[in-house]
Design a protein around this ligand. Sequence first.
Ligand code: KG4
Ligand code: ZN
Length: 341
Amino acid sequence: MQEVTILAFESSCDDTSVALLSAKAGAHPVIESLAVQSQDDIHKSYGGVVPELASRAHLMNLIPCLKKVLQESGRRIADVSAIASTARPGLLGSLLVGHTAAKTLAYLHEKPFISVNHLEGHLASPLLEGELLYPAVSLIVSGGHTSLYLMKAEDDFTLIGQTLDDAAGEAYDKGAKLLGLGFPGGAALEQLARAGDEMRFPFSVVRVDGIQFSFSGLKSQLARFVKKADPQDYAHLAASYQRAILDHLSAKLKRAIEEYHPKSICVVGGVARNQELRRRMDIIVSSFTSIERWVAPRPEWCTDNAAMIAYRALQLYRKGTISSLSDDVGSTSRPPVRHAS
Ligand code: KG4
Ligand code: ZN
């Protein structure tokens, strides 16, 4: 088998990213270069992502990211096997920037073009680190999504549960905003929580049926506590709020493990960077003898990045799943991510 190289673009929300992946016969695929340009400085004064500004920032950031990746990898566009880009779900204006750039380059250089589902990219991200054991249960915890998938094989995933309202990352961001920590506030809230007592504020347990999540009630409780609290209580509030979020994620993950008996667990998406979540994963996994290991990708492959898009594109390329140059972008996920019946 010949070497395969993939040039991938990711611009679904507010991170502009380009990656170059190479896969030699019999060897694990390698990310030769990854560029990620954050837009946090642009959006932080608005307390959230402003779609119009995000699209325009992608326009400015994309070519510098591409140049950096080509320079670092020493590759030329003319030599890659395929060009890929995230097509959905995401902000339409943002998606269009990476997608149109990728399609244009594919056309000019006569390369196969591959549209990638962003969530399938997150699901593929642990594979950047190495092989997985199947069946696996994968928890996506990001700013836009909180869902559980059953993976029977590398390319066989079924949605088994998701949030009814906010995503876990959104809960972190909204909590951080209430505590005056800026946007996006997940990492800052985790940092503040380190100095607090997680048992100080009594957040009530989230009750939702089955393998489903809900975070909006926790945010309302935090808003009520913040109104009455002194600023010196903020670290305790952050720690107690984080505990409530992680208790809920842990309870639903345990339920999925009991129902699907996986051999491995994956935690992916921006919130998977959280050290307290990683510490809890060690504890959860040690209480199930059937699970041999759990995996979270390294931090730069957790938050939105083109490395995971490149890996998913490699899987599709090897199956011969090539997209049309008139392929569109979309705000929702739609198939091929399948839902459990
Ligand atoms: O995966 P991602 O880059 O974007 C989406 O696909 O949505 O995730 C971004 C989210 C944000 O909500 C951010 O606050 C959260 O991940 N995040 C964290 C941490 N680092 C990033 N949440 C909790 N703890 C962290 N250390
Ligand atoms: Zn994402």
